[in-house]
Design a protein around this ligand. Structure first.
Ligand SMILES: NC(=O)c1ccc[n+]([C@@H]2O[C@H](COP(=O)([O-])OP(=O)(O)OC[C@H]3O[C@@H](n4cnc5c(N)ncnc54)[C@H](O)[C@@H]3O)[C@@H](O)[C@H]2O)c1
Length: 257
């Protein structure tokens, strides 16, 4: 599906991978709605990129919030064509299933799964409903959904049970959603990032950065947001990519720690 003239909703679009995607899609002529909780960062991006970009302060876990973002895209730009799902909480740290303090708090597990997995599905279902109103293009497409998983879904490290479970859920539902939405002409794919230098990653100690880079094959460096955005663009534009999980990780395979 062509990017120019079409409209993207980017969850987490005020930062990191989704911000990079907003910037790349807008540069190629798309409109964009940033769905995020971070008003300050989002407003700065809107001021920089101009009227092609709007901000909706919204929590991906809330039905009413996400519907507001979808409505904003339709009111401002006439439709929703692309959904890029990147948002998710950084609030809960890694913890072993059991440690000296006791069992993993169940609530922390639920917070993580609710954010990355339930929040992603919430956005998919509401955006897909709106995409159903689009006139199909020459390939019969009405929309494209791009989710974000993690290499932790497949080689999660010690302490990452909740995050790995949430991301494995995102990867696992990708083909099912592609099958569900095929009748509407909507594709669904997931990108599996390795290690990208984003505001979230900038908080990581150098020792952790070195350790993660050490798990890479080539090139051995943190990736940058525009390399994620480039993949999102390829998925958006190529009508044959569907139901796929695409690793974007310099050949990285993480060890237990
Ligand atoms: N950066 C990496 O190396 C890396 C690696 C693997 C997977 N990922 C995944 O990629 C995605 C994006 O990561 P990033 O590094 O760009 O993160 P980031 O922290 O730079 O950006 C995340 C954005 O999401 C927003 N957000 C958080 N919770 C939200 C909610 N409930 N509702 C709406 N917005 C919310 C934040 O305000 C922030 O702007 C995440 O799902 C992350 O798990 C990142």
């Amino acid at each position: 599906m062509q990017i120019a003239g079409n409209t993207l909703i980017a969850t987490g679009g005020a930062s990191g991978l989704a911000e990079g995607t907003v910037r790349r899609f807008v540069k190629h002529g798309a409109n964009a709605v940033i769905l995020d909780l971070n008003e300050e960062r989002a407003e700065r991006i809107v001021a920089e990129l101009g009227p092609q970009v709007r901000f909706c302060k919204a929590n991906i876990e809330s039905e009413a919030d996400v519907q507001r973002a979808v409505d904003m895209a339709v009111d401002a730009f006439g439709a929703v064509h692309f959904l890029v799902n990147c948002a998710g909480t950084t609030g809960v740290g890694a913890r072993r299933t059991v440690n000296r303090q006791g069992p993993h708090p169940l609530e922390d597990f639920q917070i993580t799964v609710n954010s990355y997995l339930v929040g992603t599905f919430n956005c998919i279902r509401l955006a897909a409903w709106a995409m159903g109103n689009n006139k199909p293009n020459e390939h019969g497409e009405r929309g494209v959904i791009i989710n974000t998983s993690s290499v932790s879904a497949f080689e999660g490290q010690i302490g990452q049970a909740a995050y790995a479970a949430a991301k494995a859920g995102v990867s696992g539902m990708t083909l099912v959603i592609a099958r569900d939405l095929a009748v509407m002409g909507i594709r669904c794919n997931t990108v599996i990032p390795g290690f990208f230098m984003t505001p979230r990653a900038e908080l990581a100690p150098q020792a952790l950065v070195d350790q993660l880079v050490g798990h890479m094959v080539f090139p051995r460096r943190p990736a940058v947001a525009d390399e994620f955005a480039h993949m999102a663009q390829a998925i958006a534009e190529n009508p044959i990519i569907n139901g796929e999980n695409v690793r974007l990780d310099s050949g990285m395979r993480m060890g237990p720690k």
